[in-house]
Design a protein around this ligand. Structure first.
Ligand SMILES: NC(=O)c1ccc[n+]([C@@H]2O[C@H](COP(=O)([O-])OP(=O)(O)OC[C@H]3O[C@@H](n4cnc5c(N)ncnc54)[C@H](O)[C@@H]3O)[C@@H](O)[C@H]2O)c1
Length: 309
């Protein structure tokens, strides 16, 4: 049997940890021995999580700054350092969603979602960068989404913000390599306040429907599955940096952005359109063993079918 992986003494800030996935992350990390800073704009919810952690013998601090406010991001890292003297892990998890047809999505919604997802991730990473560098390293886990990576209707502002978070993670992973700062992103699927909203919409009460099986599937996905992955990504033994990991229905898988083998055309002249058309299948073929989801829903079909094989 492999050794138990502990996070004793590690200090981790989890944003949006008053509910849903963030709460499951904080609880799992505390069980593994980490000191937690439990951030959420919902003060009561964050306090409840801190009380639960303390009741279980763990150590945790409440923070209610908003990740959408750059000063709030700086303040929550300052509070972490003031209490614990270091910061080993940051989980950028807080977020909100807006479900609406593209044509009805206004600038205010785009700004709000960019501020909470991309702005929060950017400013928090910036705030931990110096202390983590001075300590010789640290771990940052960002949160992207299949809506941003694979596409999902009616989530234009949300998907754009989540796609941008994946881009930020890639740049910071490379910039952090020499500093010992490892950056990864999770792409969760789990029952939460947010997916209840998606579920209502997928049942036909909002713009997403009718996709009742998506609503039913999401409602059964336990946040603790993603929590286990997040805890591993924060563990010093985890070798990953610059990875995106999907969790869906008990399956964990790296999500890669990579060119497929492709078609190698002439080098001494540009290819003709006719040659491109003739080689189109080769240009698009992902190669053996990889099935590219057509969209966010299609990932569930792929997982379900691979379970049945
Ligand atoms: N649940 C899923 O299936 C799923 C899928 C893909 C991505 N995500 C992402 O996972 C993360 C967690 O989502 P969830 O499903 O647990 O949703 P949730 O709504 O249950 O939890 C989000 C938490 O973030 C908090 N929050 C919102 N704005 C905040 C702010 N400005 N500052 C601090 N806290 C704030 C909320 O109060 C809430 O407690 C989000 O980034 C979400 O986009 C979730």
């Amino acid at each position: 049997m492999s050794a138990v992986l502990r996070l004793d003494g590690q200090v981790v800030l989890v944003t949006g940890a008053g509910g849903g996935l963030g709460r499951a992350y904080a609880q799992e990390l505390a069980r593994r021995g980490a000191h937690l800073v439990v951030n959420d704009i919902k003060a009561e919810a964050a306090s409840e999580v801190v009380d639960e952690i303390r009741a279980g013998g763990g150590s945790a601090l409440v923070n209610t700054d908003s990740v959408a406010d750059p000063d709030g991001c700086a303040a929550m890292v300052a509070a972490t350092l003031a209490q614990f003297g270091r910061i080993d892990g940051l989980v950028c998890n807080a977020g909100t969603i807006s479900i609406a047809p593209f044509q009805e999505t206004r600038q205010e919604t785009l700004s709000a979602l960019l501020n909470v997802h991309l702005g929060g991730a950017f400013h928090l990473a910036q705030a931990v960068w110096a202390p983590m560098s001075a300590q010789g390293g640290g771990h940052i886990v960002f949160t992207t989404s299949s809506a941003g990576m694979f596409g999902m209707p009616q989530l234009s502002a949300y998907g754009a913000a989540k796609g941008a978070v994946a881009g930020l993670m890639g740049v910071l992973a490379e910039e952090g390599r020499s500093l010992g700062i490892r950056c990864n992103a999770v792409m969760p699927n789990a029952a939460s306040g947010m997916t209840a909203e998606i579920g209502r919409s997928a049942r036909g009460e909002g713009g997403l429907g009718p996709n009742p099986w998506v609503a039913d599937a999401l409602a059964t996905f336990d946040p603790r599955f993603t929590a286990a992955l997040v805890a591993w990504l924060l563990h010093p033994d985890c070798p990953s940096t610059h990875g995106i990991y999907s969790v869906a229905a008990g399956r964990m898988a790296r999500v890669c952005t990579a060119p497929v083998p492709g078609w190698h055309g002439p080098l001494d002249r540009p290819p003709t359109l006719e040659e491109i058309a003739a080689h189109w299948a080769e240009i698009c073929d992902p190669g053996g063993g990889v099935e590219v989801p057509a969209n966010a829903y299609d990932e569930f079909r792929i997982v379900a079918e691979s379970r049945l094989r």
